[in-house]
Design a protein around this ligand. Structure first.
Ligand SMILES: [Mg+2]
Length: 276
């Protein structure tokens, strides 16, 4: 049943990926920030790569720390089978035939409201104690988590400041993850992998482990590590190199290019091998 080695010591060049795997591929799970985007923009060629994968019959599912408000748009208007947002707090999936949006949350509305109050207090403490940090501009569109900006709309903060943000979140009893632009935290026993498993179960009826040979994930940073750890087929765009000290479970493959260009590189290799 395939390669279950979890985490990899040294990523291989993506061009080494097997033809058979590419031909059997059903699902591409993908990070968005600095994986599809480049310097905060989605290049036309990167967005076209998403369409190419969709047209090849592979279901695309973005997996992101971005807010519910954005995910509602993505689920409706991108060529995707669904979107996992706020670090796995929920997935949204839009059916264009029935015109129905499915929204599956891990926590009840009541729990989410209660958590929002606690998260607000944590955000206020971080702003007070870590100069230069700010509440992320997309916070009003979030349902379940708190996002602290350390280099999106604020001057980039150093590692020490980022570590301090993480320590405060930890002290307050929240789960946290560092993305390439934000530090996110939340209350609740879920993460991106748990949500990915739920999505697969609900859409295929099968457990993730039985689908390992049909799934690939691509990301770029430490907040993608849960997927690098749990899935046998994972890719990182080469900007992952600057985070290697912070990651224990490396991806299986790496691209030569960074960000959106790296995403396109992977898509072209997979589609090329499917067509052999
Ligand atoms: Mg990212």
């Amino acid at each position: 049943m395939g390669n279950h080695s979890k985490g990899h010591n040294k990523p291989e060049n993506i061009k080494e990926i097997q033809e058979k795997f590419c031909k059997n591929l059903n699902f591409l799970f993908t990070d968005i920030d600095d994986t599809i985007t480049t310097d905060g923009l989605i290049d036309s060629s990167a967005f076209n790569a998403v369409w190419k994968i969709f047209k090849a019959g592979i279901k695309v599912v973005p997996v992101t720390g971005r807010p519910a408000g954005w995910c509602d748009h993505i689920a409706r208007m991108w060529p995707v089978a669904g979107v996992i947002g706020e670090n796995g707090s929920f997935y949204f999936s839009y059916n264009h035939t029935t015109k129905k949006m499915k929204r599956r949350y891990f926590l009840s509305g009541k729990e989410r409201d209660k958590n929002q109050k606690k998260l607000k207090a944590i955000g206020e403490r971080i702003i007070r104690e870590v100069p230069g940090s700010m509440i992320a501009s997309d916070q009003p569109f979030r349902i379940s988590d708190l996002a602290i900006d350390y280099r999106e709309d604020t001057e980039p903060l150093g590692k020490q400041a980022v570590n301090k943000i993480c320590r405060i979140m930890e002290e307050e009893g929240a789960t946290y993850k560092v993305s390439s632009i934000h530090v996110n935290c939340w209350f609740g026993d879920y993460d991106k992998v748990a949500c990915l498993k739920q999505f697969l179960k609900d859409t295929t009826g099968a457990e993730m482990d039985t689908l390992n040979e049909r799934i690939i994930f691509i990301g770029d940073s430490p907040n993608d590590e849960p997927m690098f750890k749990e899935l046998p087929y994972t890719v990182a765009v080469s900007n992952i190199n600057k985070f290697l000290d912070d990651i224990t479970n490396l991806p299986r493959y790496i691209t030569q290019n960074t960000s959106g260009k790296g995403f396109e590189e992977m898509v072209n290799i997979i589609i090329g091998k499917r067509n052999l």
